[in-house]
Design a protein around this ligand. Structure first.
Ligand code: FAD
Length: 404
């Protein structure tokens, strides 16, 4: 599956950070993890850190899938408003999803601090109404978030204009958001794992999965077998290949990054990410080296050849949109790219077993605009399931919610 087009900035900036050997013999372990992106890396790290013998396999070079194309805004703010999740699943579950995502940001900070040098930084997040008719929803959303203890401010037209120079009828300013270099994070986590004695293999494609009541057997493209008590499928958007019925829609998303911009010119954008209420949304955030990263212009279906052809044109459209908001910013795309991402109908991820494969095959589908936050939550959730412990999100993030 071709997951990206153009020049994702992280891949260019970091180069090929880490290579691992391919699997060249049969292997046994407690937990096999398919996928060496940020999701597989976080889950493998969580499991290995708690005494499980882990083997992770990646078909390409690690981190080279959608994790290298991610713009990596870390947010508790799910693409589906808390008010909409409340209507669908009740206020308790909606608040649970939001609160746990906020907690995941702190877990990501701790992890980043632990492995160091992954460009993690706390930021504010400005969610502005793109249209007057969205203002009422944002006010409702603000009230609900405030009621559940989030650090939010409601900014009226004059305040959004004065602080950020954006003409928006209203905006929610959150003081809980962050950024990271997702490719670097995945590579450094996997390097640490290997150093700690876990198995990490790249250039190893898993072609078949066979699950029984006692374990899981995997077969690689070279004919080697991996036998494990449990399997975690962290194969990103390719995960759906292992399901008869699709549970999410793959889309293409576009991004570009500028050369470094002087701190004063970036102004409040230096430490505030901004995104809008229109769908698909335009979003922007700074990087540690003072660049501006801009994304959006999603296609509703992901067709790699079409995506490849559209990168430059889409970057031009994104540029025009940001210029309309900030006419004085020196905006010239230094690198532009596109990647596959997936969306579930309700904006929530799926973590856990699917009836098609039985209880030993755990899916890790961190789908949605804040996939990395979900991956962090999924790490704790899947460890709990493997260790046969309860987890507060086990039900809400399971495939069982499709039957509700
Ligand atoms: C343009 C763009 C912007 C985004 N912006 C954000 C954002 O701002 N914030 C955010 O949180 N998220 C964002 N996301 C989403 C986020 O990037 C994803 O949630 C995350 O990268 C998914 O990581 P992953 O490890 O699940 O998938 P991947 O990084 O794709 O990793 C899965 C890996 O599995 C491997 N694999 C698949 N099948 C097999 C097999 N059979 N055998 C061996 N290996 C296999 C693949 O090669 C791949 O490397 C964005 C995504 C894109 C594309």
């Amino acid at each position: 599956m071709d997951l990206k087009s153009g020049y994702p900035y992280w891949a260019v900036k970091n180069g090929l950070m880490r290579a691992f050997p391919p699997l060249q013999a049969d292997l046994r372990c407690d937990v096999a993890v398919i996928g060496g992106g940020i999701t597989g890396a976080l889950i493998a790290d969580e499991l290995a850190g708690h005494g499980h013998e882990v083997a992770l396999v990646e078909q390409r070079d690690v981190g080279w899938g959608s994790s290298s194309a991610s713009t990596a805004l870390l947010q508790y703010e799910i693409d589906t408003h808390m008010v909409d999740l409340s209507r669908r699943y009740g206020e308790e579950d909606a608040a649970l999803a939001y609160v746990k995502c906020a907690e995941a940001l702190v877990l990501l900070q701790d992890k980043a601090r632990d492995i160091r040098d992954v460009d993690f930084a706390w930021m504010d997040s400005l969610y502005y109404a793109s249209k007057h008719r969205h203002a009422k929803t944002l006010r409702e959303e603000f009230e609900l978030r405030l009621r559940h203890g989030f650090q939010v401010e409601l900014l009226e037209y004059g305040q959004v204009q004065a602080r950020y120079g954006i003409d928006a009828p209203v905006a929610i300013l959150s003081h809980q958001a962050a950024r990271i270099d997702p490719y670097r994070m995945a590579c450094r986590l996997l390097a640490r794992l290997q150093k700690g004695g876990s198995h990490v293999f790249d250039r190893t494609l898993i072609e078949s999965i066979e699950a029984t009541s006692r374990g899981v057997a995997l077969r690689t493209n070279e004919g080697h077998a991996i036998r494990a008590s449990h399997l975690v499928l962290a194969a990103g958007y390719a995960n759906q290949r292992w399901l008869k019925k699709k549970v999410a829609q793959n889309r293409s998303s576009y991004a570009f990054i500028t050369d470094p911009i002087e701190g004063e010119t970036l102004g409040a954008l230096g430490n505030t990410m901004a995104w809008e209420s229109a769908r698909p949304y335009l979003y922007l955030r700074s990087t540690g080296d003072g660049r501006l990263l801009v994304g959006g212009e999603d296609d509703s279906v992901d067709i790699p050849a079409r995506r490849d052809a559209r990168v430059d044109k889409k970057a031009g459209v994104l540029c025009k949109k940001v210029r309309r908001l900030f006419p004085d910013l020196p905006l010239r795309p230094a690198f532009a790219w596109a990647g596959t991402f997936a969306e579930t109908e309700d904006g929530l991820p799926f973590f856990g077993p699917h009836p098609q494969h039985g209880p030993r095959v755990h899916f890790a589908m961190a789908y949605g605009g804040n996939g990395i936050t979900y991956s962090m939550l999924g790490a704790g959730l899947l460890r709990a399931l493997i260790e046969k412990r309860k987890h507060p999100l086990a039900e809400l993030f399971s495939f069982r919610r499709l039957d509700r």
